[in-house]
Design a protein around this ligand. Structure first.
Ligand SMILES: [Zn+2]
Length: 240
């Protein structure tokens, strides 16, 4: 199976579905981790250098589970719902031929998350269109679109859960590749990661995945919802 996960920012996928992607990879599925924005906005530093660092971090995170990293490189703060951007999404879908697409829920807090979600939903449909001008053939499969958790789990009641207890270390290792995002101030190449117990980012995923695990009677889990629309519904379980 081909799995395409599309997150607005580097580290979104790790936080909300990293364990699930690790499970897919473990099952032998081909996993594509696509990051939409180029991350040049944070931490403080030369924007071009920061963008290059964020790209390298996303690549090392994908490498942890043997996934393929796709860097869409839309400039931070410049993600809009427009035709050129939708075209980028359509091309990624056509090129990777996913059997399932994972992205943000449509009403998540950040405009980049919301815009990414809407672009995925629209692009998934146009990716099917026979005569749409593209470098790739139409992708006409029935492709479920699965929404990963909302930021801090707010107003998000999962419909299905994935047990990630067995890949917990991998999820944390993936997150830890995004070193720049743990830096409190300007980018510092000599930055030393704080230990897990004093690390707010790790505590965040520990609480989130721990709570989803509690709901599903396992140690750690990730929760998901489905886009219920034509061409998106299959009778098999698509999550691992
Ligand atoms: Zn984000």
């Amino acid at each position: 199976m081909n799995v395409l996960a599309i997150g607005a920012h580097g580290d979104d996928l790790e936080a909300f579905c990293g364990g699930t992607l690790a499970r897919y990879a473990q099952n032998g599925d081909k996993v594509f981790m696509c990051v939409v924005t180029d991350g040049r906005g944070r931490p403080a530093g030369n924007p071009d250098e920061i963008a290059a660092i964020r790209k390298a971090e996303a690549a090392s995170s994908a490498a942890v589970i043997g996934a393929e990293a796709i860097w869409m490189a839309v400039p931070d703060g410049g993600l809009w719902f427009d035709e050129p951007t939708r075209h980028l999404f359509i091309e990624v879908i056509r090129e990777t031929k996913p059997d399932v697409i994972i992205t943000h829920p449509p009403d998540d807090y950040h405009p980049d998350h919301k815009t990414t979600s809407r672009l995925v939903m629209d692009a998934a449909q146009i990716a099917r269109t026979a005569n749409y001008p593209s470098r790739f053939a139409p992708h006409r499969e029935i492709v479920p679109v699965v929404f990963m958790d909302a930021e801090r789990g707010i107003d998000f009641i999962p419909q299905e859960y994935v047990d990630i207890s067995g890949v917990w270390e991998q999820k944390l290792t993936m997150l830890a590749q995004h070193r720049s995002q743990f830096m409190p101030g300007a980018y510092d190449p000599n930055f030393v990661m704080p230990p897990r117990e004093h690390n707010p980012f790790f505590r965040y995923v520990d609480v989130m995945s721990g709570f989803r695990g509690l709901s599903a009677n396992v140690m750690y889990a990730e929760g998901f919802r489905f886009w219920l629309a034509a061409n998106r519904i299959v009778t098999r379980r698509v999550l691992p």
